[in-house]
Design a protein around this ligand. Structure first.
Ligand code: TRP
Ligand code: ZN
Length: 850
């Protein structure tokens, strides 16, 4: 069995494939249990590879019906993972017919079925479950595809060429690797639009959904059109086919997939109406539509040589979608949200047993490396490059990248070389960001004497698995100085720290300035700096850099919470009045005010305590956070009530950032007020809400204070017909369950007839919801650990990819006390011992246990 002895793949062992492909023709005769895939592939020797009279193709779970070379049957040696056969010296045509069973494919990788519809997911290595092929990103080819079935809609990559009753043909002129192949067939309807590119190409845009959902596609289509326009304006990149299709699928392992000309989306990132989707959903739809569209240039036209280079497309494309969202919405708010996400997911990863470089050097299962480090830290690395070379240098380098590498499968070396060539900079040291794992700590010491401020900065990256020694990295450090009267003395400047120690001095004519450091979060590092509550409150009130304003408030809240947890102290008046000032400041964007008021999450606090050498107590963290919320609500009840009322903007719901920001602030106020009004306002809002943002926000506020039983039942009655809304119903109950009841509540919900655990969205809503309930997950009995392990063991044989991803629930096990460590280790060991555990989960659990 292949699962018995998983083999690691190493970057250092890359070799080009023996052959190139000039053309691929595929015919699909679709049938749930016996789909026939007929392939005809024109190979020729690869001049860059050692000559080979042997052809090795990847293939898994395929029934080989026939194989021919140049029309003559050939002998093949077939194994669990592929086949080998002898081939002529020069060019030849490979023809094969295989049979597969999409209806039995529960892993959602390769060709599978979702609610009667056929669809594919080939990244990273799913094409090998469709037919025999060199399933690696550096083998690129133009594809012709014929689909035969009695379903009304049949789609594949590229442009449609012909269709008749029971068949459709597609031609994709752009050479692409197999992971970008896609096919969809089903009873679908399109919500359509058009876009004319700057090159004058008239493009038909279609969003394909199940009948009944066509009214929920407006926003996705609008986001697509804005993305197309933005990529032309900012990067000079135009779309390159006559059609762009997007299909929404209910069963999907990830968010979405950038298949050439035929993006496939998890339906939750396409379908939206004011009644069923929250502001957050709209924001995610916009960002993910943009992300997948931007891949057309960064990923598809220029792809990865091998999977170690994944960040080449993902880091860059995340960076591009973040830029886009910043332009569409508020750049400051977007930056804060990106950093929140980076810290919650990537810092957590970088601090634990799963830490790996942005460009890993080995893997067992590549699906396990679609991580926050590759994506989000990968995007931060691009952001740092941009800061270092400046905007002009950045866009010059990008133009060169598109010029030089269009149509190629590239490496991080190629990427850095265009920056070196375009800007003349040496990036040898910068490259360490791609090879060193772990989050650098930046220790800051300040002294002020006479008229001189001296700032000593020291960088240090703690050891991570497999990397005990770390070298200094290039850290672009943006900073400014504020005069004690609040005005800016030195506007934002940048220093490049490239040694372990850097000393900055400022002559300041006798006044002691306040240093605003790491403005805009100019590098993904952890700043360790002792700052008084006064200085933090000062920065919160006066910093001209919005990110650092927010950061000061967050640090203030963290200090207060850590004091409450470790010393039993209470929130001081400084903190409360600083919050009040922010709340009352009408000059501040409501979205920003909402973010500034939100307290750090419990997992974040646990990490902060662990970083400080303490053992986090989940119940104490939960208690302190509740207590602080109550204190804020009590002290600021008047201004919170005013804010709640003032943010009640009449008129129909619109999903734009401005309106969403107003609702966000209103909900933040509601969450706090509910702690002192017994849920009166929330209950009323739940009754009156005409949109999901306000309905769900009200329900959250009620659940948070231990109320909401009746509303949970009402919500179910109202929405049991809508699967995406029902996901929210499951999720909320798990996330906001009282810690001591969480396992029981989730266990009971898992018996609910609507808990379709084979659907990844539903599974993540409930089981992932429990994991997001920090105190509930770590409740002292260990019941939640057990329940999660049971479910992962059950899911793994059906859907290894999703099960393996979710083992990261346990990645922080070493943070906690001995009892909890022991229980989490036992849960992990139980998963590891499950008979037939997938290669995916085996690798993850092994790494987490260390
Ligand atoms: N390339 C996709 C993206 O980032 C990610 C993705 C979608 C994926 N589905 C997947 C990765 C399945 C691995 C497996 O947009
Ligand atoms: Zn991507």
């Amino acid at each position: 069995m292949k699962d018995a002895a998983p083999q690691a793949v190493h970057l250092s062992e890359y070799r080009p494939f023996s052959h190139l492909i000039d053309h691929v023709a595929l015919t699909f005769r679709l049938s749930p249990q016996g789909t026939r895939v007929i392939s005809k592939i024109a190979f020729r020797p690869n001049p860059e590879a050692a000559p080979s009279r042997e052809l090795k193709l990847d293939g898994e779970q395929l029934k080989l019906i026939s194989a021919r070379i140049d029309g003559r049957p050939v002998n093949t040696e077939v194994t669990e993972t592929g086949l080998t056969c002898a081939v002529p010296e020069g060019a030849f045509v490979w023809e094969a017919e295989v049979e597969i069973a999409p209806a039995d494919n529960t892993a959602l990788e390769g060709l599978y079925m979702s609610n009667g519809m056929y669809c594919t997911q080939c990244e990273a290595e799913g094409f090998r479950k469709i037919t025999y092929y060199p399933d690696r990103p550096d083998v690129m080819a133009p594809f012709d595809v014929r689909v035969e079935s009695d379903l009304p809609v049949m789609l594949s990559n590229g442009n449609p060429t012909a269709q008749g009753k029971g068949w459709a043909e597609w031609h994709d002129p752009w050479r692409k690797p197999a992971y970008l192949f896609a096919l969809v067939a089903g009873d679908l309807v399109a919500h359509s639009g058009r876009f004319t590119t700057m090159e004058g190409r008239d493009v038909a845009l279609n969003i394909w959904v199940r009948p009944g959902d066509e009214g929920k596609c407006d926003y996705a289509l609008d986001a697509l059109i804005r993305s197309m326009k933005w990529d032309e304006e900012v990067y000079g990149r135009a779309y390159d086919l006559d059609v762009f299709n997007i299909v929404a699928v209910d069963d999907f392992n990830m968010g979405a997939m950038e298949n050439k000309g035929l993006n496939i989306f998890n339906s939750k990132y396409v379908l939206a109406s004011p009644e069923t989707a929250t502001d957050r959903d709209y924001e995610l739809i916009e960002g993910i539509i943009a992300h997948e569209y931007f891949h057309n240039w960064t990923g598809n036209r220029i792809t990865c040589r091998d999977w170690f280079q994944l960040c080449l497309k993902e880091g860059l494309t995340v960076f591009r979608d973040q830029q886009f969202s910043g332009d569409m919405r508020s750049a400051a708010v977007k930056r804060i949200e990106s950093v929140l996400q980076l810290r919650a997911r990537q810092f957590r990863e970088d601090n634990g047993p799963l830490a790996h470089p942005v460009r890993p050097e080995s893997y067992i299962e590549i699906n396990n490396f679609y991580t926050a480090t590759v994506y989000e830290k990968g995007a931060e690395v691009i952001g740092m490059l941009k800061r270092l070379v400046g905007d002009e240098g950045y866009y010059k380098a990008l133009d060169l990248y598109f010029d030089r590498h269009d149509g190629q499968a590239c490496t991080i070396e190629d990427w850095l070389k265009v920056f070196e060539d375009a800007t003349g900079r040496d990036l040898a040291q910068f490259k360490r960001w791609y090879s060193q794992s772990g989050t650098p700590r930046l220790h800051v010491e300040e002294s002020f004497e006479g008229s001189r401020l001296t700032v000593r900065l020291r960088q240090e990256t703690p050891p991570t698995p497999g990397q005990s020694e770390k070298l200094p990295q290039v850290i672009p450090l943006a900073f400014g100085l504020l005069h004690p009267d609040g005005h800016e003395m030195v506007g934002t400047q940048m220093v490049e720290m490239d040694e372990v120690e850097t000393v900055l001095t400022f002559d300041t004519e006798g006044v002691r300035p306040v240093l605003s450091l790491l403005r805009g979060f100019s590098a993904p590092v952890i700043v360790e700096r002792d700052l008084t509550a006064e200085d933090r409150a000062f920065l919160l009130a006066h910093d001209t850099d919005p990110f650092n304003r927010w950061e000061a408030g967050r640090a203030l809240a963290k200090d207060v919470l850590v004091g409450m947890i470790t010393k039993g102290s209470v929130a001081g008046p400084d903190y409360l009045s600083a919050l009040e000032q922010v709340l009352r400041d009408d000059g501040l964007d409501p979205a920003f005010r909402s973010l500034a008021l939100a307290l750090p999450g419990e997992d974040d606090l646990a990490q902060t305590l662990a970083d400080g050498g303490m053992t986090p107590d989940p119940a104490a963290i939960h208690g302190a956070r509740r207590k602080l919320s109550l204190a804020i609500a009590q002290h600021l009840s008047g201004v919170l009530a005013d804010t709640y009322d003032a943010m009640d903007v009449p008129g129909p719901y619109t999903p734009d950032a401005k309106a969403a920001g107003v609702r966000a602030l209103r909900l933040t106020a509601l969450g706090l007020l509910s702690r002192v009004d017994g849920g009166r306002r929330a209950a009323r809002q739940f009754q009156q809400a005409d949109n999901m943002t306000e309905q769900l926000g009200a329900l959250t506020a009620l659940l948070t204070i231990g109320e909401g039983g009746a509303q949970v039942a009402d919500f179910y009655r109202q929405w049991s017909h809508d699967r995406l809304v029902l996901d929210k119903w499951f999720n909320l109950q798990a996330m906001y369950a009282p810690p001591e009841d969480a396992a029981g509540i989730v266990e009971k919900l898992s018996q609910h007839p609507d808990f379709d655990w084979r659907n990844p969205n539903r599974f993540r809503s409930l089981i992932g919801g429990l994991a997001a309930n920090h105190a509930g997950l770590h409740e002292a009995s260990g019941e939640s650990y057990e329940l999660i392990a049971d479910w992962l063991i059950r899911l793994d044989p059906k859907n290894p990819q999703t099960a393996a991803r979710m083992t990261t629930i346990f990645e922080t096990w070493r943070r906690y006390d001995a009892d909890r460590q022991q229980m989490m280790r036992a849960a992990l060991e139980r998963i590891a011992a499950a008979p037939g555990l997938s290669r995916d989960s085996t690798e993850m659990v092994g790494r987490i246990l260390g």
